[in-house]
Write a protein that binds this ligand. Structure first.
Ligand code: NAP
Length: 348
């Protein structure tokens, strides 16, 4: 086994703290990565606090991983030591079901092995995430990262990036579409960048007045404060798509009413409470609600390549790992522009 160190939550009520653990030996199809940066996703907060239920402890969170390949197994074809590589939200799937065969590993019918908090498929151990110095991952789930981009800004692409890129591509969002992004956080700010890059008219719907100037800098054309009842009313029946990237309970019906006929509410945020939908908001205008989780490995590589080609990275605040608990509190107070990323050199 390979000794590893990281930060872990030992229970839903204990803060993250240093923890030593072990990674599996590098198998024939595995890539070992020295982790350089790991993004801090709101999912890490939901999970370490067990807000969705079923969390497994000790938990080393982190699924926005960028680092340097340090060792590869004998059957690894596409990576060599020294390559810059990424690992996102999933590290294994059955690879045989129709979804896996169609490059939708995130919808594996046999269940996905998540980067942290999942049982490995051979039952040998629990997976531990990227708030650590090293990770061993099956080659199929490792991504190539361009050295043209700032690596700290690339890390969040592995989750926030693909989670917003994939549904925008699936729903063919582009020129001529009016898109709203609800919640300008880690996911939301990437949705703005991608939707604008794809040529859509982008409006940010936000609870935070201080984010207006940033929204425009990120590529949004309009900004509406969700507490501004007049502007919300004025935007009823307006949008073709709304990307809902909100982490906390909120009124979905208010936003459904802002969709035009045949409009789609694309839900990616996962508040811990069930949504209450008034069916009248759907049937009147043939509106739809669609959900989406991250993206497949092939599409994640496509997204990373698109970002390298178009110079797209996440807006980040780089922190040392000993500030992770304060970072969680700041995320909950909406005080981050727009993703914390841990510099793993700070892990001593
Ligand atoms: P985040 O950075 O904390 O952003 C969430 C944003 O939601 C905030 O910046 C804020 O934007 C808005 N917000 C917060 N509290 C709110 C409230 N009470 N009412 C209305 N708006 C509120 O979180 P994130 O990392 O982007 O993650 C967002 C959600 O997506 C989380 O639930 C996460 O678990 C989920 N997620 C889903 C997937 C997937 O595959 N579907 C992948 C990753 C994450 P404003 O200040 O602009 O209002």
């Amino acid at each position: 086994m390979i000794p590893a160190k990281g930060y872990a939550a030992q229970s839903p009520t204990t803060p993250l703290a240093p923890w030593n653990f072990e990674r599996r030996e590098v198998g024939p199809h595995d890539v070992q990565i020295e982790i350089l940066y790991c993004g801090v996703c709101h999912t890490d907060i939901h999970q370490t606090r067990d807000e969705w239920g079923g969390a497994v402890f000790p938990m080393v969170p982190g699924h926005e991983i960028v680092g340097k390949v340090i060792k590869v197994g004998g059957h690894v074809k596409n990576f060599k030591p020294g390559d810059i590589a990424g690992v996102g939200v999933i590290v294994d799937s059955c690879e045989t079901c129709s979804n896996c065969k169609n490059d939708f590993e995130q919808y594996c019918t046999d269940g996905v092995t998540f980067t942290y908090g999942s049982m490995e498929r051979d039952g040998s151990m629990i997976t531990y995430g990227g708030y650590s110095n090293t990770i061993v991952t099956k080659e199929h789930f490792v991504l190539h990262v361009s050295d043209k981009l700032k690596l700290s800004g690339v890390a969040p692409l592995l989750c926030a990036g693909i989670t917003t890129y994939a549904p925008l591509r699936y729903w063919n969002v582009g020129k001529g579409d009016k898109v709203a992004v609800l919640g300008l956080g880690g996911l939301g700010h990437m949705a703005v960048k991608f939707a604008a890059s794809f040529g859509a008219e982008v409006t940010v719907l936000s609870t935070s007045p201080h984010k207006e100037a940033d929204a425009k800098k990120l590529g949004a054309h309009k900004f509406i404060l969700t507490s501004d009842e007049e502007k919300i009313k004025g935007a009823e029946n307006y949008f073709d798509f709304i990307v809902d990237a909100v982490s906390a309970p909120h009124d979905y019906n208010m936003y459904l009413n802002m969709l035009n006929t045949d409009g789609t509410l694309i839900v990616v945020g996962i508040p811990p409470e069930a949504a209450k939908i008034e069916i009248g908001t759907l049937i009147g205008n043939r509106r739809k609600i669609g959900g989406s989780i991250i993206g497949g490995i092939k599409e994640t590589q496509e997204m990373l390549d698109y970002c390298a080609e178009h110079g797209i990275v996440s807006e980040v605040e780089v922190i040392p790992i000993n500030l992770i608990n304060q970072a969680y509190e700041r995320i909950l107070k909406n005080d981050v522009k727009y993703r914390f990323v841990i510099d793993m050199q700070s892990l001593v």
